[in-house]
Design a binder for this molecule. Structure first.
Ligand code: GLY
Length: 361
C-alpha cells in the first residue's frame, strides 16, 4: 500500500493507494481515531455490484444513502434528501460521512458533510479512475445549479482517502476513458517525465495494467497534493488543475450531459491547445505534436451537433471567471501553463470549432 500525505494550512490527511486495501477500512478509521458513528453515501451502481460491501468490511452505519449519481441529480434536491436522512439518523458533530463512488458521489457527499452542522468529517472512497486521480483529493465539494457546474460548493478537506484499485476492474470502458481524460490533463500540466510515461503507456492505462495504473494514480495525486498544499482555495496556482475545464464544463452543459466529464475534458484540452496556438503561446508544430497526445482518445469521445454561441454563453457563467471576463488556463509547453489568460470571443469560437472538430462524428 502506498501513502501520500496531503497537508494544507488547517488539515493533514492520508491518501492510501493499493489493491484490495478497502478491506482495511475499519482498521484505518480506528488508527486515525475517526468517529465510529458512520453515515455512508454510496453510488447506486457500486451498491448494485458490491451488494454486501459494507457487511464484508464490517462497517456498521447509522444509515446508508444510495445515490443515483449523474450530473442531473447533483442538485439541491438531492442534497436536501441526504441532509434529511442525516437528521433522521441523528448524526452529530462527531459523526463521519463515508462517500463511496465516483466524482459526483464524492462531490455531493463531501458537500453534505461540509454543510451538516457547519461541517463534519468525511472519508472519500473513490471507485472510479477519474475520482481516484482527481476529484477525491483536494477538498472541492459541491452541486450544480442554474445549469452551471459545481457553482454551489465549498472547500472541505476529507479526513482520509482510500483508493482501492480493485474497484476499477468492474468499471465500464467509458469510465476508464473519463479517468484517462483527467490523466491527459496531468500529462500536460506536470512534467515531461510524466507526459512521456503517459504517452508510452496509454494503452496500458486503458487496459488497466496494475503497475501502470498505480503509478499514474500515485504521480497524479502527488502532484495535485503539492498544488493543493500551496493553494488550497484556488487563488492562483491551483487554477492549473482546470486546464481544459472551462471548455469541458461548457461542453457538458451544452450537450445536456450526454457527454461525461472526463470525456469532455479530452475535448476541452483540444480546444485549449488550439486557443494557446491562436494567441501565440504555442508554435504550430508544437500544437500538432500536443494534439497527438489527445487524438488517440478521439474514438471514445463524441460531441453531437453543438451550438458554439450557446457554448460561449455557458462559459460566461463559469465560476472561474473574474469581473465578467472569461479566464483560461493555456499552455506554452508541458509543465508550463499560463493562468488567467484573457482572450477575445472570436478566438474562443475559433478554438471551439478547431478543437471539437476531432470529436464530431
Ligand atoms: N479538479 C480540479 C481541482 O481539484 O482543483
Amino acid at each position: 500500500m502506498k501513502k501520500i500525505v496531503i497537508s494544507t494550512k488547517d488539515n493533514s490527511y492520508d491518501v492510501l493507494i493499493g489493491k484490495g486495501i478497502i478491506k482495511k477500512l475499519s482498521k484505518e478509521l480506528n488508527k486515525r481515531k475517526l468517529p465510529s458513528s458512520l453515515f455512508v453515501i454510496i453510488d447506486k451502481n457500486v451498491k448494485h455490484k458490491y451488494s454486501d460491501l459494507l457487511i464484508e468490511l464490517g462497517v456498521k452505519t447509522k444509515s446508508t444513502f444510495v445515490l443515483t449519481a449523474n450530473e442531473k441529480n447533483k442538485t439541491y434536491e438531492t442534497l436536501q434528501r441526504i441532509h434529511k436522512r442525516m437528521i433522521e439518523a441523528k448524526l452529530v458533530r462527531n459523526s463521519l460521512v463515508i462517500a463511496i463512488g465516483g466524482g459526483i458521489t464524492g462531490d455531493v457527499g463531501g458537500f453534505a458533510a461540509s454543510t451538516y452542522m457547519r461541517g463534519i468529517k468525511y472519508v472519500q472512497i473513490p471507485t472510479t479512475l477519474l475520482a481516484a486521480v482527481d476529484s477525491s483529493v483536494g477538498g472541492k465539494t459541491g452541486i450544480n445549479f442554474n445549469n452551471t457546474k459545481n457553482i454551489i460548493g465549498s472547500f472541505h478537506q476529507p479526513a482520509l482517502v482510500m483508493i482501492d484499485t480493485n474497484f476499477f476492474n468492474t468499471l465500464p470502458k467509458e469510465e476508464i476513458i473519463c479517468g484517462t481524460g483527467e490523466l491527459t490533463k496531468y500529462a500536460f500540466t506536470t512534467s515531461k517525465v510524466f507526459s512521456n510515461y503517459f504517452i508510452k503507456n496509454l494503452s496500458q492505462i486503458i487496459s488497466l495494467n496494475t503497475t501502470v495504473i498505480s503509478k499514474v494514480i500515485y504521480e497524479s495525486i502527488k502532484y495535485k497534493g503539492d498544488v493543493v498544499a500551496n493553494d488550497e482555495k484556488e487563488t492562483g496556482l491551483r487554477k492549473v488543475l482546470n486546464f481544459g475545464h472551462t471548455f469541458a464544463h461548457a461542453i457538458e452543459v451544452e450537450q445536456n450531459h450526454k457527454i461525461k466529464h472526463g470525456q469532455a475534458v479530452v475535448a476541452g484540452i483540444a480546444c485549449a491547445l488550439h486557443l494557446s496556438n491562436k494567441v501565440g503561446l504555442l508554435e504550430y508544430e508544437q500544437l500538432h505534436s500536443f494534439l497527438n497526445i489527445v487524438k488517440p482518445l478521439k474514438r471514445y469521445v463524441n460531441v453531437s451537433n453543438y451550438n458554439r454561441n450557446k457554448l460561449f454563453s455557458v462559459m460566461e457563467r463559469d465560476k472561474k471567471n473574474d469581473d465578467g471576463e472569461i479566464k483560461f488556463v493555456l499552455i506554452k509547453d508541458v509543465g508550463e501553463t499560463v493562468i488567467d489568460y484573457q482572450v477575445s470571443k472570436k478566438d474562443v469560437l475559433h478554438s471551439i470549432d478547431k478543437g471539437l472538430s476531432y470529436f464530431v462524428k
